[in-house]
Design a protein around this ligand. Structure first.
Ligand SMILES: [Zn+2]
Length: 1023
């Protein structure tokens, strides 16, 4: 049985493929030939330009005599003359710098038999390279792909007959670092494969100095070779090893001439049977004696909240952990339409147990309860991170400083570049624009500037410990806001006195000399007629993308396509509001109000039907947390139009099921299935902010129910989500809940880091309303094991996805803060507010919450109390709180859910009798005196975090800390370990003070200190 399980893993890694899904969208959509877009690093169609049609903006440069010609087969293609110094294509060196596996595909029409002309060549020089040539010296040994990281003599790679000249041929090469193979495909068929290829792309390219990397199409790294002669079309680079079937599908679809992309969140059906689930009882399953039935209650129209685990009965009176139960997840509320009772039956994976829940449906009570916000966070400057009790920098201080010190060196003008460019303003001397998603023609440009505004506002507020830094960030923030304010004041007003203008956001005309709106942001194509844009407009580009979205534009790189205008705007508005609320800059609010009103005026005349379509349009309609920004504007200004505007962003189907509000999240129906994770999570924080304004409990239910569904049914052990192989997109939730093993662990990665940033934000917000410890237990889990773990060792480089497949590796980017993805953006925010959830106070200042055990000093100014927390946690299991000041109030300390080995309290050195229940808060009530101390001890233990639908695949935790196995090389299978069933600690040796352990022949260390190859999930056998 075990063997079958392992081989099934290999099967899906190796040969997973999806059917092609046909749609009407253009390039850059979610699925291209059935492959999720996160796998696509760059794509060059060469139908008239050398732009990268992926969203990454790795535009190529043509050199020499490269021209575009008409072609019978593909319309218009690139033509290269061949010969010495003929002509070639150069791709930015950073595009592939931190890849491991790599697939390259493309169409070539070779002119003649000049030997060694390259399809592509990439590397650092003559001893480190990967190349493919269609024509070698000899006929039978001509077409080849070769790789080495150790000089010519060590080269490896297969070869086959040289390709025919004068006709189109589809070539593909696949470097699979997991299988250590290098394969060659001609016309969709694998014609050769070499084994034992130990190198990855990181071995032949430079990650630090990407400009040293040479990546060519049509040119050799070796100067003696001739350039490619012939035609080139649709060259793609994928960051994963594609399967035989996927290569064949790419070729077949190109020949069929059909558009093979889909923009909507369609769910491709896997063309293989679902991965078989282990049927033998695994982990604790073999020892179970019984799993009890339960009773549950709900009200009409609302699906019940059933417990994620049940206390199990173990054989022979043994003690074991609660057992995970998977309950059916209905797609509507038909079961709860009438008062009465019904029974649902759950499953315990890997066992025959089928616990029942008898659900009583109560009549809906008139007037749902309205949860109240009872807690407030402290301002960032009132909580200072400290060194640990041995004077060492903590992981929190280290990550804070990596970001703060690099941020302090950034030039605000780089983050203003696109805004000045949009308004036709000159750039100050020497300013270098950002690259990546903020480059000149990228239709998301400006998004990083929004994150930057938030980050410098937080950095300003949080650096009360350092006068110079504090002043630096004040200056940067105020400068940014001054420039943005000046620009925003120009919108909709005459450029010169008495000149023409349009103040009305709904009457923006197409750009000068244009018949229609377009998203052309090129230097020559961008419109800069700001006087026509309507009052208050501010963004990194002109208003066209907003208007095009209303008119049905889809996501893509053409001038009639767009990339999420409201997503960009949300970052900018959130940044402005943070500069106001966190940074105290009043001008920032003025800018936000102006743009908020621009949005309100436009959207309030858009029909509901159109809005529903807009917000459901993949990526194009992604709006971040626009509803949150608008509800914040309402909260700060009291202007009810902003609250109305927030509701115009209701994602009605997602929130409420349909226009009649018949199911959806508000009724606890799971509408997450297959959806893009981080497109939707900020909408949920927005729903909660909308609740604060409207007091409509449905919005609260949307947020609260989402949190439960998401963290129960879709979460990996580090606290992240997404990473689906069905639908095949690393950024999507799995197609069904509770199926991470079956439908998750996509090859393209899991755990998009910005999604976890948003889940943390949602968790703390919910906790302010509902002081259930589960929210802060999750917060601790994801803060330590994903957010802390997402930053590079000695610089602020950070992760996009955090892959958890066997033997995976984190990839860090943007160490220099000059080219941002979404996750690079939220990383700036996360690491400038690491202290924001350690403590909360009740709004009446009668209770102090200690949520996290992190060395820090709190200033509770309302009560004139200073509280010092000193600890080495998590390198020790104790913490000490010292109170300066006095008063009678409650201190509530979190008893973590993992603290099952006890939780003891000493006050002023004396043991207290407490009833500490894991997963709750413990209240310490007293008249506190100056100098009082509280010592908490919570012994760590080892426990397992299994995948819900395959419990034998599990992570090992020590207290709150997820331990990763160090892997010397890539793996095709889960690492197997055998542990003592009665007491895991019998099988694990090591040092709890350094958190370095060893079990079954492998080293374990905290995932947040792991920078090399790792296994976070292991195949665990209990004995
Ligand atoms: Zn992201």
């Amino acid at each position: 049985m075990k063997r079958r399980l392992i081989s099934s893993v290999v099967t899906f890694v190796m040969s997973w493929s999806s059917v092609a899904v046909y749609g009407q969208a253009g390039e850059g959509a979610q699925f291209l030939d059935g492959i999720g877009e996160t796998a696509l690093i760059a794509r060059y169609l060469f139908t008239g330009n050398s732009e990268d049609w992926s969203r990454n903006g790795y535009h190529a440069t043509l050199h020499g005599e490269a021209t575009y010609v008409d072609d019978e087969q593909f319309g218009r293609v690139l033509s290269l003359p061949g010969g010495r110094d003929g002509g070639y294509v150069q791709i930015p060196g950073r595009a592939l710098a931190n890849m491991e596996s790599l697939t390259v595909t493309g169409w070539l029409n070779v002119k003649d038999l000049t030997p060694w002309q390259r399809f592509y060549d990439l590397g650092l020089g003559n001893d480190r390279y990967l190349y493919c040539t269609p024509v070698g010296q000899e006929r039978a040994d001509g077409c080849r792909v070769r790789m080495t990281a150790a000089g010519y003599g060590a080269e490896k790679g297969p070869a086959t007959f040289r390709v025919a000249t004068g006709q189109w041929v589809h070539l593909a090469t696949v470097l699979d670092t997991t299988m250590k193979t290098l394969s060659l495909y001609v016309d969709g068929v694998r014609v050769g494969r070499s084994a034992g290829v130990d190198w990855t792309i990181t071995d032949i390219l430079d990650q630090e100095n990407a400009s040293a990397n040479r990546v060519y199409i049509g040119k050799s790294l070796y100067d003696g070779d001739a350039d490619f002669g012939g035609r080139v079309y649709d060259v793609r680079f994928y960051g994963i090893a594609l399967s035989d079937r996927q290569i064949a599908v790419i070729r077949r679809n190109a020949l069929s001439g059909e558009d093979t992309t889909v923009a909507e969140t369609a769910t491709p059906v896997p063309d293989e049977p679902e991965t078989p689930i282990e049927e033998t009882p695994s982990l604790y399953g073999a020892r179970l004696a019984a799993v009890p039935d339960i009773a549950a209650e709900t009200v009409v129209g609302h699906l019940p909240h059933l417990p994620i685990t049940l206390p199990a009965v173990y054989a022979d009176g043994a003690v074991g952990p609660p057992v995970r139960v998977l309950w059916p997840a209905p797609t509507d509320t038909s079961q709860v339409q009438q008062p009465g009772t019904y029974t649902v039956t759950g499953t315990v994976p890997g066992t025959a147990f089928a616990p029942k829940a008898v659900v009583t449906v109560q009549p809906a009570s008139p007037g749902q309860p309205r949860p109240e916000q009872r807690l407030e966070p402290f301002p960032l400057g009132q909580v200072l991170l400290n060194r640990d009790d041995q004077g060492r920098d903590t992981p929190f201080i280290k990550n804070r400083d990596k970001f703060i010190l690099t941020l302090a060196t950034t030039d605000p003008n780089a983050f203003l570049y696109n805004f000045r460019d949009a308004f036709g303003e000159p750039q100050p001397d020497g300013v270098r624009p950002l690259r990546g998603w903020d480059s000149q023609t990228t239709r998301l440009r400006g998004h990083a500037s929004g994150h930057y505004l938030t980050a410098i506002a937080q950095a300003y507020a949080g650096t009360t410990y350092d006068e110079d830094l504090h002043a630096t960030f004040a200056q940067k923030m105020n400068y940014m806001i001054d420039v943005l304010h000046d620009l925003s004041q120009k919108s909709g007003r005459p450029a010169t006195e008495g000149g023409p203008c349009n103040a009305d956001p709904t009457q923006v005309p197409p750009g000068p000399g244009k018949d229609d709106y377009d998203s052309d942001l090129s230097r020559d194509g961008i419109r800069t007629d700001y006087w026509n844009w309507g009052e208050g407009f501010i963004s990194g580009y002109p208003p066209d993308q907003f208007i095009m979205l209303e008119k049905g534009a889809t996501y893509g790189g053409r001038n009639n396509q767009i990339w999420a205008p409201y997503y960009t705007l949300h970052k900018i508005l959130a940044g402005l509001l943070d500069c106001y609320e966190v940074g105290g800059n009043p001008k920032a609010l003025e800018i936000a109000k102006g743009m908020g009103m621009w949005v309100f005026r436009r959207l309030s005349v858009v029909p509901t039907e159109t809005r529903i379509k807009m917000w459901n349009r993949y990526i194009a309609g992604e709006y971040g947390g626009m509803n949150e920004a608008m509800a914040r504007l309402h909260r700060t200004t009291g202007d009810s139009r902003f609250l109305k505007c927030a509701q115009l962003f209701d994602n009605i189907d997602f929130f409420f099921g349909n226009a009649e509000h018949e199911h959806g999240l508000a009724c606890n129906v799971d509408t997450l299935r297959g959806k893009h994770a981080n497109q939707h999570i900020p909408q949920i924080t927005g729903a909660l902010e909308t609740y604060k304004g409207t007091q409509d409990p449905a919005y609260y239910q949307v947020a609260n129910n989402f949190w439960g569904i998401c963290t129960h049914g879709y979460m990996y052990s580090i606290g992240g989500v997404a990473g689906a192989k069905n639908p095949n997109n690393a950024e999507c939730f799995t197609a069904q809940p509770n199926t991470l093993f079956t439908n998750g662990f996509s090859e393209g990665g899991q755990n998009e880091t910005c999604a976890t940033y948003n889940l943390l934000k949602l968790s703390r917000q919910l906790f302010l309303f509902d002081q259930d410890a589960k929210f802060m237990d999750y917060y601790e889990q994801a803060l330590y094991n994903h957010i802390l773990a997402s930053v590079d060792e000695d610089n602020p480089g950070n992760t996009y996805h955090v892959p958890l497949n066997p033997g995976a590796r984190k990839r860090f980017g943007n160490a220099r803060m000059d080219g941002f993805t979404c996750c690079n953006g939220t990383a700036l925010e996360s690491s400038t507010k690491l202290q924001d959830s350690i403590y909360f106070r009740s709004t009446d200042n009668k209770t102090l919450y200690i949520n996290l055990y992190i060395p820090s000093t709190l200033t509770w100014s309302q009560r004139n109390i200073e509280l010092q927390q000193s600890t080495r946690f998590p390198y020790a299991d104790t913490t000490k709180l010292t109170i300066a000041g006095s008063g009678t109030f409650d201190i509530r300390v979190r008893v973590p859910r993992w603290a099952t080995k006890g939780f003891t309290v000493k006050i002023n050195g004396r043991d207290q009798e407490v009833d500490a229940v894991p997963g709750t808060y413990l209240t310490l009530r007293r008249s506190w005196q100056d100098g009082d101390t509280i010592e908490l001890k919570m012994p760590f233990g080892f426990h397992l975090g299994p995948v819900m639908d395959q419990p034998s695949i599990a992570s090992i935790f020590y207290g709150p800390v997820l331990l990763a196995a160090e892997e010397p090389e890539p793996r095709t299978t889960w690492r197997q370990v055998t542990l003592n069933a009665d007491d895991l600690s019998q099988s694990i040796t090591g040092n709890p003070h350094t958190l370095r352990f060893r079990t079954d022949g492998v080293n374990l260390k905290p995932f947040f200190e792991t920078y090399s190859r790792h296994s976070v999930y292991l195949d665990v056998t209990l004995e």
